[in-house]
Design a protein around this ligand. Structure first.
Ligand code: SF4
Length: 366
């Protein structure tokens, strides 16, 4: 594409000065294709990452404790109407065992994820979830992220008081039409607003995009800008992986470069935020490329042999122990990166939560 007035060197220098890139500039960068140009983009993203985080990388465990869901997202293996998945809902004892095991292995955070499980949303309410957060916090002393879907507004404060630090909720795209084709019968607005409510309640927020589900480059540029304006603390992108038994099951996944470019642009837009390299798309095989595009968190580390699934890759690299701290350390070493001390992660979280409290005042939970 010919973009008058736009020049790669100029845009990379602008990003390095931490000046905001416009949607047109993001679009220009998203459309880069030559390997030499992409390498320059990734290098610049890593320079910005290193400015704030040095060579240190954070590690997140992923505990997908219920694979039941009331929703029917067209891209998701665990959509309500799919009969293929082996569904499970782990007991409190089982989740605590997994969390302790991951804490012992050296992760920085426990990510508690579930589908919008009717057990909580309709039958038993959210007290068991609040309780679980409290017990995991007590058992591991680690920061906790909750990814429970769109929840009632009064629950954010309760989760924060129980010890949660993070709320993760992925919009997938900020193209409204595409959102409604992906997240059937779900509210775009409620999903967006839930992130703001979580921040007002003192929780750090992660948003996320899904690449390869019918978005065009303009949609991605707009989504990146919206996420950056929202002021989230962590932003991830994951490539779509076709899932058996789903409406999008016959659609091929996107080329890896698309996800890598988005990782790099997230870093250019938000140099001091956390940007994950997820193991849930290509397993450990794709880790080096994602870190090389500017990511500074490894997500989806899963305890082996305990019957836990990933979301996009339900079994890949799990039971052989590759998606563990021990499994990723050699890759970090090869890249001259290292696992951050837990204290560094705790301090980062504390600082960001203080900023939220200052911003939202009394509404924010301590
Ligand atoms: S993406 Fe989440 S909300 Fe949608 S069907 Fe899957 S588990 Fe449910």
């Amino acid at each position: 594409m010919f973009s008058p007035g736009l020049d790669l060197d100029h845009l990379l220098e602008k990003a390095e000065r931490e000046e905001k890139l416009s949607p047109a500039e993001l679009l220009f960068l998203l459309e880069l294709e030559k390997p030499e140009q992409l390498n320059r983009l990734f290098e610049r993203a890593c320079i910005l990452r290193n400015r704030y985080f040095g060579k240190k990388v954070f590690l997140y465990s992923f505990i997908y404790f219920s694979t039941y869901c009331r929703n029917d997202c067209t891209f998701c293996y665990y959509r309500r109407s799919n009969s293929h998945p082996r569904r499970y809902r782990k007991t409190e004892t089982e989740v605590l065992e997994a969390a302790r095991s991951m804490a012992g292995s050296g992760v920085h955070l426990v990510d508690l994820t579930m589908g919008e499980d009717p057990y909580y949303f309709q039958r038993h309410g959210f007290e068991p979830l609040v309780d679980l957060v409290k017990k995991i916090r007590e058992a591991t002393a680690l920061p906790v992220m909750v990814s429970p879907g769109v929840i009632p507004g009064d629950l954010f404060g309760k989760l924060a008081r129980a010890g949660a630090d993070w709320y993760a909720c992925y919009q997938e795209t900020y193209n409204r039409d595409l959102f409604h084709r992906l997240r059937i019968d779900q509210s775009y607005r409620l999903r967006f607003e839930s992130k703001k409510k979580a921040m007002e309640s003192g929780l750090l927020v992660e948003d996320g995009l899904l690449a390869g589900v019918g978005e065009n480059a303009s949609d991605v540029a707009f989504s990146l800008k919206t996420i950056s304006d929202l002021g989230v603390h962590q932003a991830r992108v994951m490539s779509f992986v076709p899932q058996e038994g789903t409406p999008l099951g016959g659609r091929p996944g996107p080329p890896l470069e698309r996800e890598l470019k988005i990782i790099a642009l997230l870093r250019l837009l938000m140099p001091d935020r956390l940007i994950p390299a997820s193991l849930d798309v290509d397993g450990v095989k794709g880790l080096q490329a994602r870190l090389g595009a500017g990511a500074n968190v490894i997500t989806s580390l899963i305890p082996p042999q305990l019957g836990y699934a990933g979301v996009a890759q339900s079994i890949r690299d799990i039971d052989d122990g590759c998606r563990t701290v021990r499994g990723v350390i050699p890759i970090l070493r090869q890249m001259g990166l290292e696992v951050a001390p837990l204290e560094q992660y705790r301090l980062w979280i504390e600082d960001e939560r203080k900023k939220l409290r200052r911003h939202f005042g009394k509404a924010s939970a301590s």
